[in-house]
Design a protein around this ligand. Structure first.
Ligand code: FAD
Length: 382
């Protein structure tokens, strides 16, 4: 019997396995993963210095434990080279594997802009447990970190590394924290919270180069001529859904791998979920949507065709220096932000022309309004 093959051992891949095994104990399952296959919760990577956790301490289970618990074969350090969609097989470096159904849980790649300089190769990004282990090791005995990017990951690391005793400089060309998620008043509240922890911001210029300085330092050169000195540089600029393999196999892609509401791609018996997927136009690189997708897909794989529903999908940003909860309005929404504010407590409500609440951003004490607002918001994909 050909197995169901899952590519990816992140939260999306392992949650499909877990949900599927609640419904079907026998059908053979194989997980192929380019990484070491340990089960972990990625959001914990940006609270590891506050909680003083090493990579080993963040790992929840070894691949062998996952294999035993869920009756699944987990093949680690295997980089899948391609998909033969017509032949129903995945292409491995020197072999192939036949599948009955294939699940793509490929995640997203970190993206760093083209930087010059002789130390570019030393710029870190943290997108999995192995990256986190290397980053933590590189910080041993170091004091100063430069973070490129002030989005969710950059701001969370700025808060976490400050809590861990590091001096943090953060470079954000769009001029404020979380510029793509928050309206300006809420961004400024987060900025003040992080500044009070000691974070120094370079708002406006772009990072252009990273050079070696004296005594093991790195110099990050900005477009306004500023030179930021630190011992470690972390890039947190952006993530892009991993679509190349699907595209090469002839699957339809846009920003992500295109699926319908049953997580079915344009190719027969191939499904996608998590950070790599674009589900009926939604690219939502967060945990809540992938958990909902994993539950629905498990049912479909077990024979009961099931569409995923996305309710209200708030994102909690782990910046305790100024707590944030945001429920961004859907991408093409028309409307305006209404902001009320008391110092760092900001309530920003995004309303359509007819007054309907379409999204919100809350900071500081205002995060307590989350539950009330969730009841008022329409489901994202009912
Ligand atoms: P991944 O975990 O990236 O897994 C992808 C898997 O695919 C990996 O196992 C990889 O090895 C494998 N793979 C890829 N290509 C191949 C190939 N060719 N061959 C074999 N294997 C391959 N979201 C929230 O909702 N709340 C948070 O607080 C939050 N905090 C975050 C903090 C950080 C620091 C980061 C980076 C993200 C955070 N997120 C948060 C986002 C959330 O963690 C992700 O949406 C989620 O973990 C994505 O899971 P995934 O399984 O889709 O992808």
């Amino acid at each position: 019997m050909k197995p169901i093959v899952v590519i990816g051992s992140g939260l999306a891949g392992f949650n499909v396995v877990k949900e599927f095994r609640k419904l079907d104990k026998e059908t053979p399952l194989v997980v192929l993963t380019a990484d070491d296959g340990r089960s972990y919760s990625k959001p914990m990577l940006s609270t590891g210095f506050t909680k003083e956790k090493t990579a080993d301490e963040l790992a929840m289970a070894s691949p062998e434990q996952v294999a035993e618990q869920f009756n699944v074969t987990v093949r680690t350090h295997v980089h899948v080279a391609g998909i033969d969609a017509d032949g129903h097989r995945v292409l491995l470096p020197d072999d192939h594997l036949d599948y009955s159904k294939l699940v793509l849980a490929l995640g997203a790649d970190t993206w760093t802009p083209p930087l010059e300089g002789d130390a570019v190769g030393e710029v870190f990004s943290v997108n999995d447990l192995m990256d986190y282990g290397r980053f933590r090791e590189a910080l041993q005995g170091k004091r100063r970190v430069t973070i490129l990017g002030g989005g969710l990951i950059g701001c969370e690391f700025a808060n976490d590394l400050s809590n861990g005793g590091f001096e943090v400089a953060l470079v954000e060309p769009m001029g404020r924290c979380l510029p793509l998620l928050l309206p300006p008043a809420a961004s400024e509240a987060v900025g003040r919270g992080l500044e009070a922890l000691g974070v120094r911001f370079h708002f406006g210029p772009l990072a252009q180069a990273v050079h070696h300085g004296d005594d093991g330092t790195l110099i990050t050169e900005l477009s306004d001529g500023t030179r930021v000195e630190s011992e470690v540089v972390l890039s947190a600029i952006g993530l892009r859904p991993r679509i190349d393999m699907a595209k090469e196999a002839g699957l339809r892609t846009n920003r992500g791998i295109l699926t319908d509401r049953t997580l079915r791609t344009s190719a027969e018996d191939i499904y996608a979920l998590g950070d790599c997927a674009e589900v009926e136009g939604h690219v939502l690189p967060y945990v809540l949507p992938l958990m909902a997708s994993a539950r629905a897909l498990a049912k479909t794989l077990a024979g009961e065709e099931t569409a995923v529903s996305y309710g209200v999908m708030p994102v909690t940003i782990k910046t305790p220096a100024c707590p944030v909860v945001v429920c961004p309005p859907p991408a093409d929404s028309e409307g305006e932000w209404e902001v009320t504010q008391q110092e760092n407590d900001v309530t920003a409500l995004f309303r359509g022309a007819d007054g309907t609440l379409l999204g919100y951003a809350l900071t500081g004490e205002a995060v307590k309004e989350k539950l009330k607002l969730n009841k008022e918001l329409p489901a994202l994909m009912p």
